[in-house]
Ligand binder design. Structure first.
Ligand SMILES: C[S@@+](CC[C@H](N)C(=O)[O-])C[C@H]1O[C@@H](n2cnc3c(N)ncnc32)[C@H](O)[C@@H]1O
Length: 204
């Protein structure tokens, strides 16, 4: 990583759910401008990768949608049917205001707010990561998909350095019969030299 100042250097550390919500509620008004200014590339990389595996009219859930940057990238990649959810209401309201989501709702860490099998594709851009959703989120998220369903997610470099996330990914794939159909490292916050893996899993 370069020596340029990373936005919110305290961000990439584990924390309780209530603190996570407080961090993002406090950040909601400036989040998008700050990460955009730092060259946030993962959403467009993930949307581009997903377009090789899913048709444009597939119903997609943008899980942990934040202010809707991921939804906007999905729309730019041609996807037309996107719902969004997030545990932080202040972030979600900004996503809803974009007018690109079919439905939006506030979820909680123990209730994602939708039935298993509702979506063939779930996207989680920058969500299951240090400072946001914990590794234990991966199993229930993957379990929401039907057979052949896709989970497209990202792990940034600090998250890749914490073995708990990769371990949880492998455990969820083993227990729910999912395989990795795409995985590529590339720029995450380009301006600070931070990378991320874009990963697409498919249930078998
Ligand atoms: C780094 S932001 C990413 C937002 C958006 N996906 C993006 O790419 O800009 C992380 C988001 O995850 C949300 N989040 C954290 N834990 C979550 C959970 N357990 N379920 C749903 N959303 C969660 C936060 O509220 C925050 O909006």
């Amino acid at each position: 990583m370069s020596d340029k100042k990373v936005l919110r250097p305290e961000l990439w550390t584990p924390r309780p759910v209530a603190e996570t919500i407080a961090v993002y509620a406090d950040w909601a008004d400036t989040y998008e401008a700050e990460v955009t200014a730092r060259g946030y590339r993962t959403p467009e990389r993930l949307a581009h990768a997903l377009s090789g595996f899913a048709s444009a009219d597939t119903a997609i859930l943008d899980f942990g949608c934040g202010t809707g940057i991921g939804g906007a990238a999905l729309r730019a990649a041609g996807f037309t049917c996107i719902d969004g959810t997030d545990i932080t209401e202040e972030m979600l309201m900004k996503a809803a205001d974009r007018g690109i989501y079919r439905n939006t709702w506030v979820s909680s860490s123990d209730d994602m707010g939708f039935e298993a099998g509702t979506y063939d594709v779930i996207v989680a851009v920058g969500v299951v990561s240090l400072g946001a959703a914990p590794p234990e989120t991966l199993h229930p998220l993957l379990a929401k998909l039907p057979v052949q369903g896709l989970l497209a997610l990202s792990f940034n470099d600090p998250t890749l350095a914490d073995a708990r996330y990769q371990d949880a990914l492998e455990a969820a794939c083993t227990s729910l019969s999912a395989t990795t159909v795409f995985r590529e490292h590339g720029p995450h916050l380009e301006d600070v030299g931070m990378g991320s893996d874009v990963i697409i899993l498919q249930r078998q």
